[in-house]
Design a binder for this molecule. Structure first.
Ligand code: FEO
Length: 171
């Protein structure tokens, strides 16, 4: 077995959080869908797929290192929002929290001299920079647009987010 019990448990918890993020982003996408804002909806549906991909990457790491997959119960996502800004703010706060979680996983891998895990986690460290940059850009755009969310729709039509360059990094 190439993974410690502590890291196995911590990564299992992260699998749950990534699936939880996926459900949260689907819930936000559905909110925008019902507000007739298709570009914002599409952005969050894409974001949800990315989170599912993150969850599966963690899950496969557990199986490949001989660990045991134990997906935890996942809390229901928030399903109502006062405004677009609230929904995007929540998403940015989530990404900042995930960054702390990834760093905590890396702390375990470093403490255990687990070079395999450090190598695996480095992809997520870089990914979080991209995720936070994307969500910060969207938040600023929503704040500048104020009540006229059609400006955000127009922005997303011209500048599809998240950046497609991430796709090449999937393994
Ligand atoms: Fe899986 Fe958006 O971090």
């Amino acid at each position: 077995m190439l993974i410690s019990k502590e890291l196995e448990q911590a990564i299992n918890e992260q699998v749950g959080r990534e699936f939880g993020a996926s459900m949260q982003y689907i819930s936000i996408a559905a909110y925008f869908d019902s507000e007739d804002l298709p570009q914002l909806a599409a952005f969050f549906y894409r974001q949800a797929e990315e989170e599912q991909m993150h969850a599966m990457k963690f899950l496969h790491y557990i199986t490949e290192t001989g660990g045991h997959v134990r997906i935890p119960a996942i809390e229901a996502p928030k399903d109502s929002f006062e405004s677009a800004e609230e929904a995007v703010q929540l998403s940015l706060a989530w990404e900042e929290e995930v960054t702390r979680q990834i760093n905590a996983l890396m702390d375990i891998a470093v403490r255990e001299n687990d070079y395999l895990a450090q190598d695996f986690l480095r992809w997520f460290v870089a990914e979080q920079l991209e995720e936070i940059a994307t969500m910060s850009t969207l938040l600023r755009t929503v704040q500048r647009a104020g009540d006229n969310l059609l400006l955000v729709e127009d922005f997303l039509t011209r500048n599809p987010l998240p950046a497609e360059e991430n796709e090449g990094a999937e393994t």
